[in-house]
Design a protein around this ligand. Sequence first.
Ligand code: TXA
Ligand code: MG
Length: 319
Amino acid sequence: MANATELLQADAAGYAAASAIWSAGGLVAFPTETVYGLGADARNDRAVARIFEAKGRPRFNPLIVHVASAQAARRYVEWSDAAELLASVFWPGPLTLVLPLLADAGLSPLVTAELPTLAIRVPAHPVAQGLLTEFGGPVAAPSANPSGRISPTTAAHVLAGLSGRIEAVIEGGACAVGVESTIVGLVGRPSLLRPGGVPVESIESLLDADLVRHSADDPLVAPGQMQSHYAPGAPVRLDARERRAGEVLLGFGPVDADLNLSPSGDLVEAAANLFGHLHALDSRGAPIAVSPIPETGLGRAINDRLRRAAAPRDERLPG
Ligand code: TXA
Ligand code: MG
């Protein structure tokens, strides 16, 4: 376990330091365009085990592997025409593909929780790209938050949750997309495993087919999609048309709110603000009411996270 967590700068010296920590089996949190990830060398059992320990994450919940290019991804998974099409349009970017794991991939079995499939993505953030290129190997990285809590979109959020439990975090500013990657399963018919930063509509129009939908809490589909997740300390009430006594209001559109995801009703802006505003309102300690958000484009990912944030806590399995 680390003692003091070092804040590294996003420059050549910072990349070299982060890469050396990964090579030595340590943990470094780094910015991606979606949220900050908590990275370790995906080939190193001990390093990957430390990710689960630092987050308090159950071992049955597999991790996403991050690589610098689609070319690099093909060393770990069975590639397909659908993978090529999606990767050619959305990589680098906020899309994760779940594909059959190659027998000789060389990854720690902890990464996939012993599933025969691997979730893999090529992040677009220049700092993530710089780091992955410098390191030259596969980096397993869940979101850099204690399991079940609000995801981090700044280095300060990472430190608030994990300081002293990880070796370092790279300072890369606020994440531009603000919600995690969309996860598409490509084993059998293409399916939506988690709504996220690439709108489902864009994927379906590219594939010219609807994605297979699963019930949101089907544990077999995305083992980490726990009912209660992204949970602030305070209770959360959705579809709030007004603020009740004692509540703070997280607004959307032209409403009088304590914090507003997007006063103009822009879903891209709202996604970028979602976790930061939840962190900020949570620190006030009052129940949080949230304005209705349309279920289109990035609204699907926002509503997915908000429904989990509002889910009864006794259903919480750490995720
Ligand atoms: O944007 C993101 O995807 C961020 C950044 C850091 O890349 N990462 C992220 O990781 O959100 P995490 O661990 O918070 O969420 C990964 C999700 C979990 O729900 C997990 O169960 C699912 O991906 N997953 C991982 N491997 C899987 C697999 N082989 N099959 C199905 N679901 C998988
Ligand atoms: Mg997460």
